[in-house]
Design a protein around this ligand. Structure first.
Ligand code: HEC
Length: 202
């Protein structure tokens, strides 16, 4: 795996993937503390892996310095639990059912800098956002760091989260993100406001 990642990362350099690198070829390495000895192919691979392990999302500015939800955010979380979490599940690992965390753990986890809940599931659903990217629909996407991801949906058809929530429709046990025929089963404006407050924390 390490060799593969290293090879892919350097593919466009047209280098043979097995090389050493020192300040003679890249003088700026001196600023990273590299001395006279060049870094060996093994050291370069180790450095890349350490980088991947530590490279993470910047903390969501909406949770920094806070540890509890406002009344509005809590209301949004409850609506999300009841209407959205069946698909956007509170899992820590997308393809592990057992990593799903119960509602009373959400506040503590959401309000940490890492925000480890992925809000996803490794299955496909047909929610009316077309064209479907797969014959079974579209994979339920993660809702982490939503605030950075505009526009929304695989076809980019929702300009912002208000647009996403205005279109959401529930009818007869079925949920649609797009193409709901009329206004029955739509979220009312108070629910949308509460959901927006909660989604902003993810
Ligand atoms: C039946 C399963 C299901 C339910 C219930 C559901 N979603 Fe989704 N959601 C999906 C799928 C599948 C997609 C991907 C659709 C696409 O882009 O084609 C998606 C996409 C999204 C996106 C866009 C993400 C992106 O990166 O573009 C947001 C935001 C979202 N959902 C929020 C919600 C909220 C809020 C609720 C509750 C009101 C909800 N969803 C309920 C399955 C569901």
């Amino acid at each position: 795996m390490t060799h593969n990642e290293f090879r892919v990362a350097g593919l466009r350099s047209r280098h043979d993937p097995w090389f050493s690198l020192g300040v003679a070829q890249a003088p700026w390495l001196a600023y990273l503390g590299v001395g006279a000895d060049p870094l060996s192919p093994e050291e370069l691979r180790q450095a890349l892996m350490v980088f991947f392990m530590e490279f993470n999302h910047r903390a969501n500015p909406s949770v920094l310095g806070r540890s509890t939800w406002s009344a509005e955010e809590r209301r949004g979380a409850e609506i999300f639990r009841d209407r959205c979490e069946g698909c956007h599940q509170a899992r820590l690992v997308t393809d592990r059912v057992a990593s799903r965390v119960p509602f009373d753990e959400w506040e503590r986890l959401v309000m940490t800098a890492r925000g480890p809940i992925v809000w996803a599931r490794d299955t496909y659903e047909k929610t009316g956002v077309v064209p479907y990217v797969h014959e079974s629909g579209t994979r339920v996407p993660s809702l982490r760091r939503l605030y950075k991801k505009r526009p929304y949906f695989t076809n980019g058809s929702a300009a912002d989260l208000e647009d996403v929530l205005r279109r959401a429709g529930f009818s007869g046990g079925l949920f649609l993100h797009g193409g709901a025929a009329d206004d029955t089963g739509k979220l009312d404006s108070a629910s949308r406001t509460a959901l927006l407050a909660f989604l902003d924390l993810l």
